[in-house]
Design a binder for this molecule. Structure first.
Ligand code: ZN
Length: 365
C-alpha cells in the first residue's frame, strides 16, 4: 500500500507486515529509504570519522543520516549555514538528512536552562554564551539547514521526572507542536511530530491523540532511554508503537542497542538513530554476530582474525584484531575510522536482515 504524506514528494509504502513489524519504503525527493532503517548520527555535520563517500558505499550504503540542530546552530552558526546553502551542500551529502529540533540537547547538554511556555533560554556548552530556543527558532534553524525531515521542538523530561513535570511537558509539547506546524519550513521539508509521556501508557496514548491530530508526515516516540528501566522502555514500545498511525513512518528517537532495534521493529517502529555504533567504536567496543569485542583486551594482541569473519566491511576484509588493538592503544586516528566503518556496517546489516525476515515471513500489506 502506498500512502501519500502531507508534504508533496513524500510517501510511505507499506510492503509487508509480520505481527506489528513492518517492512516498507519511505519515498523522499532525495531518494528512497527502505524501512526499517538505522540512521547514523552526524551530530556536527559529520558522522564522526566517516567521509560521505564511505557512508554511501556498499555494504554500508547509508540512505539517510542525522544532523543536530543544537550543535550546528552553535557551531558553525547560522551565518555560515545560510551562506553555504544548507547542510547537504556543506557536508557534500546528497541523500536525505533528518534534523532533530535541538530540544533534547538543550535539556541534556547545555549549562543552565530556563524553560517557560514560550521556549528555553540556555547557555552554550562550548563558551557559556546565552541563547534562546523557541519552536519558531528551531524550525527556522532547520529551514536554513534544509534537512529533508525536520522534528518539532519538544520538552523531554528525564526518566525519573514526577507526574507534574510530565503533565506540564506534555501540554507544552503539544502547544509547541502546533506552533512548529504553522512556522515556515524549507520547500520540500517534511515535519515529524513527537509523542512524549514518559513510562505511562495512559499519558502516551493521550498525548498520541493530540499529536496525531495535527497531521504531521510521521511520528516519533521521544523520551525513551532517558534513564528509565529497560523493562519500562520495552513495555511502552510494545503497548504504544503499534497504535501510531499505520500509514505514516514511526521513529524511535535515540535508541539503542542491536537488541533494542530488534524489539522496536517487532513493536512496529520503522526508523532508529543512536550514537551507540559510532561512539562505542571510538571507545573500543565492536559489535559482532557473536559476543561484543573489547578491542584493547589482551586476548586480541596476537589475534590475526578479523573483528567478525561474517562482516563484508573493508575493515574486516583487510585488517586483524591484533592490528586494530595496536592502533587503538597507540591512539592512531586510523583506528576510529576502521572501527566506525565496522560498527555502522554491523548496524546496517542487522536492520536489513530483520527487514528481510519481515518480507519473507510476513504478509503483503
Ligand atoms: Zn566489519
Amino acid at each position: 500500500m502506498l500512502y501519500e504524506l502531507p508534504t508533496p514528494g513524500f510517501s510511505f509504502e507499506l510492503i509487508a507486515t509480520l505481527g506489528h513489524a513492518r517492512a516498507g519504503i519511505l519515498h523522499t525527493p532525495r531518494g528512497d529509504i527502505p524501512t526499517p532503517v538505522f540512521m547514523p548520527v552526524g551530530t556536527a555535520g559529520t558522522v564522526k570519522a566517516m567521509t560521505a563517500d564511505e557512508l554511501r558505499a556498499e555494504p554500508l550504503d547509508a540512505k539517510i543520516i542525522l544532523g543536530n540542530t543544537y550543535h550546528l546552530y552553535l557551531r558553525p552558526g547560522m551565518e555560515v549555514m545560510a551562506h553555504v546553502g544548507g547542510l547537504h551542500k556543506f557536508a557534500a551529502w546528497d541523500r536525505p538528512i533528518l534534523t532533530d529540533s535541538g530540544g533534547f540537547q538543550v535539556f541534556s547538554l547545555s549549562g543552565i536552562n530556563e524553560i517557560d511556555d514560550d521556549g528555553v533560554t540556555f547557555r552554550s556548552h562550548i563558551d557559556g554564551s546565552k541563547h534562546r530556543l523557541t519552536p519558531e527558532v528551531s524550525m527556522e534553524i532547520q529551514r536554513v539547514l534544509g534537512s529533508d525531515i525536520a522534528m518539532v521542538f519538544d520538552q523531554c523530561p528525564p526518566g525519573d521526572a514526577d507526574e507534574k513535570v510530565h503533565e506540564v511537558a506534555l501540554a507544552r509539547t503539544t502547544a509547541w507542536a502546533k506552533r512548529c506546524k504553522v512556522a515556515p519550513h524549507a520547500e520540500g521539508q517534511a515535519v515529524f511530530g513527537i509523542v512524549q509521556g514518559g513510562i505511562s501508557v495512559e499519558r502516551r496514548v493521550r498525548h498520541m491523540a493530540e499529536i496525531t491530530a495535527l497531521d504531521f508526515d510521521g511520528h516519533a516516540l521521544g523520551g525513551l532511554a532517558v534513564g528509565e528501566n529497560l523493562d519500562d522502555t520495552y513495555r511502552i514500545l510494545d503497548e504504544v508503537a503499534h497504535l501510531l498511525p499505520a500509514e505514516k513512518p514511526r521513529y524511535l528517537m535515540g535508541v539503542g542497542t542491536p537488541a533494542d532495534l530488534e524489539r522496536g521493529i517487532s513493536a512496529g517502529i520503522d526508523m532508529f538513530d543512536c550514537v551507540m555504533p559510532t561512539r562505542n567504536a571510538r571507545n573500543g567496543y565492536l559489535f559482532t554476530e557473536g559476543p561484543r569485542v573489547n578491542i584493547p583486551n589482551a586476548k586480541n594482541r596476537l589475534d590475526l582474525g578479523p573483528i567478525d569473519p561474517t562482516c563484508p566491511c573493508s575493515t574486516c576484509k583487510t585488517h586483524s584484531r591484533a592490528y586494530l588493538r595496536h592502533l587503538y592503544l597507540a591512539k592512531e586516528i586510523l583506528y576510529a575510522r576502521l572501527a566506525t566503518l565496522h560498527n555502522l556496517t554491523f548496524y546496517a546489516r542487522h536492520v536489513r536482515r530483520l527487514r528481510e525476515r519481515i518480507l519473507v515471513d510476513g504478509k503483503r500489506a
